[in-house]
Write a protein that binds this ligand. Structure first.
Ligand SMILES: [Zn+2]
Ligand SMILES: [Zn+2]
Length: 246
């Protein structure tokens, strides 16, 4: 509580010293903006949220009732791991995500948190089915460098909206021995596979959980996090991201 008040004071002071501009059109924003976009750019951003199948994320017909499951997914057993994303990693959404990683100000994570929650509401996803949200962890070294975990910030925004608990104690990420950039694709996958570990938590046995990250590209990080969770008895994982980098 005290920390969040202090953070808000710091944000207000920073906004006073360095007036903020909309991430989209560079128009000046009010001194205490709720989001990092002006109302016009917000409208454009939110138009990118489409109605999708809640199993495979394929676009749904405009008149489909929600939650929507496409014909192919309806005839199959529900997969234990589902990937969903609110938008594509492009344009304004990409700019916002990139800015959030280097400027951890509350209203930027709130913009992305609200965007993701609008997606969840639009799809009518029942959040009460999930035991908790597990943000994809950063390694200790990366956490020290950056000072915050962007996935965790968005998870806390979702907690405020749906009261679903945020769990940061189960999943752990070891420090990479090799930087990912120096490895080829196969080596990268092996590197990621051995990087996560989970602390046993009996309350998650047989549970459905949400695994949260800001961006998914190959999906290997989310895949191996999910495998780690399955190995400790979790039954279903919804791997949710703000954006998908095609
Ligand atoms: Zn704007
Ligand atoms: Zn589908």
């Amino acid at each position: 509580m005290i920390l969040s008040v202090l953070r808000q004071c710091k944000d207000t002071l920073l906004n006073f010293l360095y007036p903020l501009r909309c991430q989209g059109c560079r128009r000046y924003l009010p001194a205490s903006p709720v989001e990092h976009v002006c109302p016009d750019c917000r409208d454009i951003l939110y138009k990118s949220i489409s109605k999708v199948c809640v199993v495979c994320c394929k676009e749904a017909p405009e008149n489909a009732s929600v939650p929507f499951t496409c014909k192919t997914c309806a005839t199959r057993k529900k997969p234990e791991l589902i990937f969903l994303h609110a938008g594509l990693y492009t344009g304004l959404l990409k700019d916002l995500i990139k800015t959030m990683k280097y400027v951890p100000r509350q209203f930027i994570t709130d913009t992305l948190g609200e965007y993701l929650c609008t997606f969840i509401d639009k799809q009518n996803i029942d959040m009460s089915l999930y035991a908790c949200i597990l943000p994809v962890p950063l390694s200790r070294v990366r956490m020290r460098e950056r000072g915050f975990n962007q996935a965790e910030c968005i998870a806390h925004y979702m907690h405020r909206r749906y009261t679903i608990p945020v769990n940061t104690s189960v999943l752990k990420r070891k420090n990479h021995r090799h930087p990912q950039a120096s490895l080829n694709r196969k080596e990268r996958l092996t590197n990621v596979a051995t990087v996560f570990s989970a602390k046993k938590d009996p309350s998650l046995e047989g549970a459905s959980v949400i695994l949260l990250d800001d961006v998914r590209s190959t999906g290997s990080t989310l895949y191996y996090c999910a495998q780690t969770l399955f190995s400790m008895g979790v039954k279903h994982v919804l791997a949710l991201t703000v954006a998908f980098n095609k």
